[in-house]
Structures are given as C-alpha cells and as structure tokens.
Design a binder for this molecule. Structure first.
Ligand code: 5GP
Length: 189
C-alpha cells in the first residue's frame, strides 16, 4: 500500500492557519487526518482536550522529549508544543495523509525525518492585517501585543526557506491553492 503523505502548514501566529486547516480537513479528496499536538499551554475555554491539543503538564512533556516520542517540539510564548511521532507514523503507514500545523521553527525537524513532506508557509496580505488579527485574537495589554507582533515579524523572516508560500486573503481560496500543490506532489510520489 502507498504510504500517506505529510502536509505541514506553517506561518506566523494569527495568520489564519486554523481556518485554512478547517477547509482542508473537510475536503474528502485530501484524505487528511490532523496530527494533534501536545502542549503545556493551558486550555482555552473553547478548546477540547484530545481534539485541539493534548494538554499536558511540563513533567509529562519533558518525559515525552526524553523518551523520543516527539517528531519535533518547540517553545512558543513560554509554553512547549510538540508533535507526537506515534500517531503520524501510524496514519501514514495506513496510507492516510497527515496535516501537521506548527510554528515555522518546527518544520526543519519534520523535514529531516520526512523529506517528502509538503511544507506550506502562509503569509498575511500585509503586516497591518496581521496586526489586526493579533489584536482581535489576543486581548492583551499593549506590551504583550507588541511582543506578539515582533515575534510574528521574526517568523515572517523564515519565509524564503519555503518553496510553497501562500498569501492568505481568504481561507477557502488558500486551501484550494494548497490542495492543488499537495495533490500534484502526491501524484508524482
Ligand atoms: P496557539 O497557542 O496559538 O494554539 O499556538 C501557538 C503556535 O504554536 C502556533 O503558531 C501553532 O501553529 C504552533 N504549534 C501548535 N502545535 C505545535 C507543535 O506541535 N509544534 C510546533 N513546533 N508548533 C506548534
């Protein structure tokens, strides 16, 4: 049986990756399964443990790192995030495609282990739009907003490392562009 392929979705925080993800996940032709990350970040009210993330303690996360259970991991905003290897391997061995959504620094670690993964970097229409989204999403004080903005600008600098860059003006249109790139690659493999 042909193995599944990995689609990595990355880009600055608040750029709208989650809406694109939702569009891609509901497309049956993509045969996509979402890789649920583990995180030490506290659960937000509208999130579900085991669906959005596996919310774990720092000790559990550290033990997963020690036991090499994570395909990649990173620290972001004071919390740890990681992709469990086991579910990714299980799914691709069953011929299913896997969607991994990570911040950009995690992508290199995934590429090392899965060179065939298609990695897409999502960028905002412009920085004003990104700032608007950050202000909408995080109702933080001005200092924290500025920190998030600076982090987003740093993340944007990783863009040249990606062959696939998609400007997110509309989630459905971005998902359609990514779908085409993914299925083209899938047919070649
Ligand atoms: P949030 O706290 O907003 O859900 O996520 C913060 C950032 O961490 C986002 O850019 C998100 O894509 C990224 N992220 C979520 N899960 C993982 C993961 O498993 N690994 C890495 N490297 N980044 C992740």
């Amino acid at each position: 049986m042909k193995k599944g392929m990995i689609l990595v979705l990355t880009g600055a925080s608040s750029v709208g990756k989650n809406l694109i993800r939702d569009e891609l996940m509901k497309d049956e032709e993509m045969n996509l399964f979402y890789s649920i990350s583990v995180t030490t970040r506290p659960k937000k009210e509208d999130e579900i443990d085991g669906k959005d993330y596996y919310f774990v303690s720092y000790e559990t996360f550290a033990s997963a790192v020690r036991n090499r259970e994570l395909l990649e991991y990173t620290e972001f905003g004071g919390y740890y995030y990681g992709t469990p290897c086991q579910q990714v391997d299980f799914l691709i061995n069953q011929g299913k495609n896997v969607l991994i959504e990570v911040e950009a620094q995690g992508v290199g670690q995934i590429k090392l282990k899965h060179p065939d993964a298609l990695c897409v970097f999502v960028i905002p229409e412009n920085m004003d739009e990104l700032e608007k989204q950050i202000r909408l999403r995080y109702k933080d004080d001005e200092t924290t907003i500025q920190q998030r903005l600076n982090k987003a600008k740093m993340e944007m600098e990783l863009q040249p490392l990606f062959n696939n860059v998609v400007t997110n003006t509309d989630a459905a249109a971005s998902a359609a562009t990514i779908k085409k790139a993914f299925l083209d690659e899938w047919k070649k493999g």
